[in-house]
Design a protein around this ligand. Structure first.
Ligand code: PEP
Ligand code: MN
Length: 358
């Protein structure tokens, strides 16, 4: 159950929107006022200090944008958040009476910075959105949450933002969603709102809707989406930004399934499917256990005949044979390879164990 001061009346989805970067007072205010007019935005976002990969890119307007954010807040009546990467940034945010901060993916990777920011936030009323780290390391993401909790920031002021991960397997998106990692965090912190960032996952406005709908189907609590008064002219992340009016249409076309239903037919089908899955899972692991017993026997005969455990040609053939059935099985090649890898590792462990013990 999610209990957060970001979603006081349990509104779903919570919508955070605003430009990737504040570029000028006019650009920020116009964008925010148009967003507020849609009536669908709960929180405004804009980056002032932009962590950019290359030093010759636009690095944000810095401190002078704080005043513009305060003005956007005043004109729209909406709370405003910005990215911070140091305690100095937090001081600026507090000094200008803004409502919250987000920790960017390039900062979540750095425990020194997260600690420094957590200490600067402690005792204030700031909301804190914690983005996942750049690379798929859930421990770092969880560690960042724990750093805020440890300095006494109440859990009701925290939220998670899932913005995808930098991997070699991200196509067609800018970042690989690796949805299961967001669920790992939900399992660890069930009361934290889980907000999806389709802009940084997709990296392309044409793919925003499918990512947002996916997040809705997966029971996320909200969306953070970049919006700019004229997206093609944006100084950062132009390809993924949309106008406030396009955002409003996008939000209207995403359907949010209700979290639960009391419909009797639905409940019966759900219970039947779940019990079938439980049964199948039990069979899968019984089969795996039988398979490993065969691996033990192989280990024994290899030992008796003084043969090496690892015979890579044979394994390459097994993988090839199974992967060739990918479309017939309706299981992705990536999934088949991952499972086969795990089976192979366990099998080698078993054979090694047999060789050591006998
Ligand atoms: C951003 O939200 O503009 C941003 C820089 O995000 P991330 O840290 O997810 O790359
Ligand atoms: Mn951005």
């Amino acid at each position: 159950m999610v209990h957060s001061s970001l979603t006081p009346n349990g509104k779903r989805p919570l919508v955070i929107a605003g430009p990737c970067s504040a570029e000028s007072r006019e650009q920020l205010l116009e964008t925010c006022e148009r967003l507020a007019r849609t009536g669908m935005v709960d929180l405004l976002r804009a980056g002032l200090w932009k962590p950019r990969t290359r030093p010759d890119s636009f690095e944000g307007v810095g401190d002078r944008g704080l005043e513009w954010l305060r003005e956007a807040r005043e004109r729209t009546g909406l709370p405003v958040v910005t990215e911070v990467a140091s305690s100095r940034h937090v001081e600026g945010v507090l000094h200008h009476g803004l409502d919250g901060i987000w920790i960017g993916a390039r900062t979540t990777v750095n425990p020194f910075l997260v600690q420094e920011i957590a200490e600067a936030v402690a005792g204030s009323r700031l909301q804190v959105l914690i983005k996942n780290p750049m690379h798929p390391d859930v421990e770092l993401w969880a560690g960042a949450v724990e750093r805020f909790l440890k300095v006494g920031v109440p859990i009701t002021r925290l939220a998670l933002v899932h913005r995808g991960f930098s991997t070699s397997n991200h196509w067609p998106y800018r970042n690989d969603p690796m949805w299961h990692l967001a669920f790992d965090m939900r399992r660890r912190f069930p009361s934290l709102p889980l907000i999806c960032d389709p802009s940084h996952i997709a990296g392309d406005r044409a793919l925003l809707l499918e990512v947002a709908q996916r997040a809705a189907n997966l029971n996320f609590d909200g969306l953070i989406i970049e919006s700019h008064r004229s997206p093609d002219e944006a100084l950062s992340d132009a390809r993924q930004q949309i106008t406030p009016e396009t955002l409003s249409r996008l939000l209207q076309s995403v359907s949010w399934p209700s979290q639960c239903s009391l419909d009797a037919e639905y409940l019966r089908t759900l219970a039947a499917c779940r019990s079938e899955i439980d049964q199948l899972d039990a069979e899968i692991f019984d089969l795996l256990s039988r398979r490993m017993k065969v691996a033990d026997r192989i280990g024994r005969v290899k030992r008796e005949n003084d043969v090496m455990i690892l015979q890579s040609d044979r394994w390459a053939e097994v993988v090839k044979r199974i992967v060739a059935r990918s479309s017939e099985l309706r299981l992705s090649e990536h999934f088949l390879r991952t499972v086969l890898d795990a089976i192979h590792n366990e099998s080698i462990e078993h054979q090694g164990e047999v060789m050591r013990n006998e």
